[in-house]
Design a protein around this ligand. Structure first.
Ligand SMILES: *Cc1c(COP(=O)(O)O)cnc(C)c1O
Length: 372
């Protein structure tokens, strides 16, 4: 029965105190002809892969609940990375796994160490899970992590998250730092490799830049991967964690049992089985990244950082206005980071197709001059 004449419900005071003040996530997605704002893969996948995914989707039994642990997909991922099924946890995107990690291993007295500027979800999820967050800021110019400061901070922490390549700065992590963290502290160490397929030689799909091969010998090391970036499946929601079986078990006991749906499991399995066919796409993105970086560096006033991912961080005068004009006058959407600490006047540009990148370069060369 509807309340008649009731005043609007005010939930302040009813919401769990740790969650008061959170706002719904707004990716600021204005529909634009060219969307280079969320690091998706805008290159079309080979028809052989899209056909296999379509066939997998069509043959799904949607009247049945999913396999909670997505074991078929787990086995494919385990075989790819040379680990056991027990080392792999599949999630509804890497984001779900990040949340579950904080939910499981965080909490009051279980500090998380992060190295900003990095992925804002780490601090966000930590706060939701009442986890104190210790920030070890990266170098303001190179975005390198201060190894001694990080190791010091990690000595009294439960969890450390490092991102390689880092979002939004694009640089790779020195594996020696992970070695030190494992040797000199007792913390769990998560390396977020959401973009690793774009690092190293494209034909290796990230295996030459990934620390996934360390997991079997390092029980406190965890590696996060996703199909949202190189695999071009951001809309599917499939990510995974490679970690010690004890970590996987702990996460398995708190997860939303059916978070990875039947369709996502089937389509992800088809894509992972055919991953060799994606090498050309990754190689194209990497080649475009280098071409775009060179084009950007040639625009007076634009500073561009080297990147091992599928995006580039740039700094230019009036970045916020440039971003708005790209959107309003050229229908090109990029991500504004100029509000973020340490990233004054910075924009993050996802590497698009050759045509998209040409449009972006043309527009930026005009706007950089006008807003200088
Ligand atoms: C995109 C991204 C993820 C995971 O994204 P999902 O779509 O949730 O799999 C994780 N970490 C970083 C740094 C990312 O940029």
């Amino acid at each position: 029965m509807a309340d008649r004449g009731a005043s609007p419900l005010d939930v302040t005071g009813r919401v769990r105190p740790a969650l008061a003040g959170f706002e719904p996530y707004d990716p600021a997605f204005t529909p634009c002809r060219i969307n280079l704002s969320a690091n998706e893969n805008t290159h079309p996948l080979p028809a052989s892969v899209t056909e296999a995914m379509r066939a997998a989707a069509v043959s799904c039994a949607l009247n049945r609940y999913p396999d909670p642990m997505a074991n078929d997909l787990r086995d494919l991922l385990a075989a790819w990375h040379g680990v056991e099924r027990a080392n792999v946890m599949v999630g509804n995107g890497g984001d779900e796994l990040l949340f579950n990690l904080l939910f499981t291993f965080g909490g009051p007295g279980h500090a998380l160490v992060t190295c900003p500027p990095d992925f804002s979800e780490y601090a966000n999820f930590a706060k939701m899970c009442e986890t104190p967050c210790v920030e070890v800021w990266r170098d303001a110019n190179t975005f390198e992590v201060d190894a001694d400061a990080l190791v010091d901070a990690a000595r009294s922490a439960s969890l450390v998250i490092l991102t390689s390549p880092n979002n939004p700065t694009g640089n790779l992590l020195d594996p020696a730092l992970v070695r030190r963290l494992l040797d000199e502290t007792n913390a769990l160490v998560l390396v977020d490799e959401a973009y690793v397929e774009f690092a190293g030689t494209p034909s290796h799909l990230g295996e030459d830049a990934s620390l996934v091969c360390w997991v079997a010998g390092c029980p406190r090391l965890m590696v996060l991967r996703t199909l949202s970036k190189a695999f071009g499946l951001a809309g599917l929601r499939a990510g995974y964690l490679v970690a010690d079986p004890a970590v996987i078990d702990a996460l398995a006991s708190i997860r939303q049992i059916y978070s990875e749906d039947v369709l996502a499991q089937a389509v992800a399995a088809a894509a992972v089985s055919r991953r060799r066919e994606l090498v050309g796409v990754v190689a194209d993105v990497v080649a475009e990244r280098e071409r775009l970086a060179a084009g950007l560096a040639a625009i007076p006033g634009v500073e561009v950082w080297p990147s091992a991912a599928n995006f580039l961080l740039v700094r230019l005068p009036g970045a916020s206005r440039v971003r708005a004009r790209l959107r309003d006058e050229y229908s090109i959407l990029v991500r504004d980071f100029s509000y973020a600490p340490g990233l004054a006047d910075c924009l993050r540009l996802t590497v698009g197709t050759r045509e998209e990148n040409d449009r972006l370069l043309d527009a930026l060369s005009i706007l950089a001059r006008e807003e200088a």
